[in-house]
Design a protein around this ligand. Structure first.
Ligand code: ADP
Length: 267
């Protein structure tokens, strides 16, 4: 399902002395089946934007369209459950949200909450344990006995278990070592391709944006300042610099090399 944002604005603690504008006039389009990276400096509005992608926050201004659902400031909470079933969010450090006695129960929680029966939820839990490269025996263990990387996979399985068609990832590799980071990112790539999942990655890694995404949204000071293919976004180094973003190393390396040899490598 396509997601579009039209002139979206958001104020935290609206109409209170603590009112704080986090988003203004955000326009962006995320096509079904795309792999979209949302990049931008700390405080640019990425996390606030991400919470609009499944109705956790409703826009103070403007419109968010998620498939057939239209969300505005006046949308009632009741209308949002269906949206949440389609858009799964893996928050930063998702392992902090594990809470059940066993891994199996933890993964089953999400789908059962959306009305999936117990046996089907259990079947999905076991299937995901295998798909995410976790040992079978883990199902009966407490999630708190696992390694950090394993805990993160269990938390991700908990989101995948309700079979969202859009998967939103908020800095999914934060705190992992380079090997763990690569493994998790490659896993998402496989899921994206195999399940035709629309994938939305919030990251401050320009490298990951360049490596995995086919669509990039650049956030700056609470608004979307660029939206295009990686080629389009990374062709304008000067403009990116005004948003305090540098080119990914691989792109920079290629540019420098092309300058050196006096021709383009892509032709
Ligand atoms: P990013 O994810 O890019 O770091 P955020 O969406 O977290 O950006 O923040 C955007 C702006 O909104 C920042 O100025 C931040 O201080 C503010 N903000 C974020 N969360 C809250 C909140 N719960 N209450 C008030 N202001 C907030």
């Amino acid at each position: 399902m396509d997601i579009t944002l039209q002139q979206v604005g958001y104020l935290y603690a609206k109409n209170s002395p603590f009112e704080k504008r986090a988003l203004h006039e955000v326009d962006a389009t995320i096509h079904s089946g795309s792999y979209t990276a949302i990049i931008g400096h700390t405080g640019s509005g990425k996390s606030t934007l991400l919470m609009h992608l499944n109705g956790l926050l409703k826009p103070s201004e403007g419109i968010v369209k998620i498939g057939d659902a239209t969300i505005t400031a006046g949308t009632k909470a009741k209308g949002l459950k269906e949206v949440r079933r389609h858009v799964g969010i893996v928050f930063q450090f998702p392992e902090h949200q594990l809470f059940e006695e066993t891994v199996e129960k933890d993964i089953m929680f999400g789908p059962m909450n959306f009305g999936v029966d117990k046996e089907e939820a259990r079947r999905r839990a076991h299937e995901l344990i295998e798909q995410l490269g976790l040992p079978k025996e883990i199902a009966e263990q407490s999630p708190f006995e696992l390694s950090g990387g394993q805990m993160r996979r269990v938390a991700i399985a908990g989101v995948l278990a309700f079979k969202p068609s859009v998967l939103v990832l908020d800095e999914p590799t934060a705190g992992l070592d380079p090997k763990g980071r690569r493994e998790i990112m490659d896993l998402f790539q496989v899921l994206h391709e195999r399940e035709n999942l629309t994938t939305i990655l919030v990251t401050h890694s320009m490298e990951d944006a360049a490596r995995y995404a086919d669509n990039i949204i650049v956030m700056h000071d609470g608004t979307s300042v660029m939206n295009g293919t990686p080629e389009e976004i990374f062709s304008d180094e000067e403009r990116l610099a005004t948003y305090r973003l540098g080119l990914p190393r691989a792109v920079k390396f290629q540019r420098d090399f092309e300058k050196l040899i006096g021709r383009s490598l892509s032709k």
